[in-house]
Design a protein around this ligand. Sequence first.
Ligand code: ATP
Ligand code: MG
Length: 446
Amino acid sequence: MRLSRYFLPVLKENPSEAQIVSHRLMLRAGMIKQASAGIYSWLPLGFKVLRKIENIVHEEQQRAGHIPMLMPTLQSADLWRESGRYDDYGEEMLRIKDRHGRDMLYGPTNEELITDIFRSHVGSYKDLPLTLYHIQWKFRDEIRPRFGVMRGREFFMKDGYNFDLTKEDALHAYNRHLVSYLRTYERMGLQAIPMRADGGPIGGDYTHEFLVLAETGESEVFYDSAVTDLTFGDREIDYDSVDQCAAVLEEFTSKYARTDETHDEVLFAEVPKDRQRTARGIEVGQIFYFGTKYSEAMGAKVQGPDGKTVPVHMGSHGIGVSRLLGAIIEASHDDRGIIWPEGVTPFHAGIVNLKQGDEEADAACDALYASLKALGLEPLYDDRNERAGGKFATMDLLGLPWRITVGPRGLKNGVVELTSRRTGESEEMPPEAAVQKIAQIYAGIA
Ligand code: ATP
Ligand code: MG
């Protein structure tokens, strides 16, 4: 993309309404624009990152054997009356009447809708196990929408639902989700720690929230610092293997890590003193096994191998796709702007032309642009007639991990400059070498 032809409404001033750095930087970098409280338009740059995050979530869900689909945003109230949640959900649910006076709602989540689909089409244990998921807009009429996309009213969420014959099978689905989430967040350059969370009115031990540590996080968390040494990495995993998935769960959840809702001072005291940590965290996902709560209330049953009809065991598993943009920025920025991890960056590299209009510099930039594109990479070429200082400031704000700087002086010696946004280190090299180096870096990103 050539910046002169893009739509990138960068703000010069710090927007006063933004209280935290991710919100401020998303507004300044022209990624989002508030449409009304907690509701945003995704401008081209923000939309690009949102799509990248969404794609990673899709890939990792499908790698785990989960099946994508799409359910609507507007739902009929009738299903929610069946489960009993129409009254329970309270003010957070946006209720709407259609022209015939029928009660509708903008879905805050989809347990009812998916259970209805399941009961309409599945009747035998032979069709299990089954995990369906979608990535769709949700609406929760949050009392205090704030922090930009972190706590919106309309937000983009992946929600998946497993259907299993037995509790044991459903717990394997739970573990499988935990593994797939670890991979998902790591690909985005994030460490998200699974922490024991509160099962709410349903109770039970089977729920974990994934938290990204950040000062601006809304949750208070308590953990053994040893959990921050754990990484999933690029290990092979067979998602059908009950033992392998259970071993990962064991590895990542046996050390103390809890949100304030489940925090236990006595257990925490058993963690060696020098490893006890109290911090803030951003919840970027949650997994949940809730047994037969919805299947019993809504009659989602299958015939088992013994001919008996039983309600299915279910769980639901969410990832805050739009919140992740904020979480990634909270975890990765400096005072000049965003620093995108390679896995989610909107453009792979920036090209800065120090002397727009100089024949040689223009030609070198055009050639770099073409070579990167030929390798399947997306460069952002700042071809505007601006001073170098302004171009650098914009690139730093946008946070592309790599920048190639092209100027007449370097070109005389046959070199351009390749700069890492993260370390600030620059290296001079021939243009082809810069292209090769960038290609190599991205080839290593799954
Ligand atoms: P919270 O405690 O932050 O209100 P939740 O526990 O109610 O979230 P879930 O029902 O677990 O949310 O939804 C799954 C994921 O969706 C959350 O882990 C979070 O990342 C994201 N999410 C929830 N509410 C919002 C919101 N208002 N804006 C943006 N993302 C959200
Ligand atoms: Mg949650």
